[in-house]
Design a protein around this ligand. Sequence first.
Ligand SMILES: [Fe+2]
Length: 279
Amino acid sequence: MARITAGVATSHVPAIGAALDNGKASEPYWAPVFAGYDFAKQWIAAEKPDVVIVVYNDHASAFSLELIPTFALGCAAEFAPADEGWGPRPVPVVQGHPELAWHLAQSLILDEFDMTIVNRMDVDHGLTVPLSLMFGQPEAWPCKIIPLAVNVVQYPPPTGHRCLNLGKAIRRAVESFPEDLKVMIIGTGGMSHQLQGPRAGLINREFDTAFLDRLVDDPAGQAAVPHIDYVREAGSEGIELVMWLIMRGALDEKVREVRRFYHVPASNTAVGHLILENG
Ligand SMILES: [Fe+2]
């Protein structure tokens, strides 16, 4: 039987990818950010997941305002890095796991979550920056990846409650897959940030810290927080944090927090990162 052993949360700031790709990771501005992920790199190298489900949002790379799926599940055999305007990031092509992905699609849809099945999808920094933070710069990513793209760009995004319940359904789906696979789930995006308007550059450490605490210890309470609270307190792009609830829903009620990292600033955002283990 496949099982979910752990969940990871991390910001997916595009400038982090650019810093790594352009050899700036050891510069004074960036060194503390990358140092914050040294633990994660060692941890995941020791844990060796077979498959990682990456919950992220597309930034008008694979989708546009012409087509806005709320939950898009990548069922392809591979996913190419997207051209985000400066060309694709120089990272390996992402290898999927079509058998598990199609099983997830079947299980989730029959469980009344209306997933969009995607058989061709380029993946942008929302997915590749977390992979770089967890795995560094390998020749090939060391495990299979199933992308789950969530709409948090065009209103209305899914509610926190819906995201938490989707995570629970993902767990049921994974645990009904007969092959013996070690699966992890990464929730990406956040933390507080706003990219435009008079409040551009907004960072709210107090909100971010409370969010991290509640995500670990009271996910149902956090799931009840309405969108407007995220927008007001964490900025217009802080709404990305609802995706972390999908990761959290896939884990046990009680989890072990084995790593927490918070850093301000990276580009114009706060960076947050958690590693949570089951059982
Ligand atoms: Fe984003």
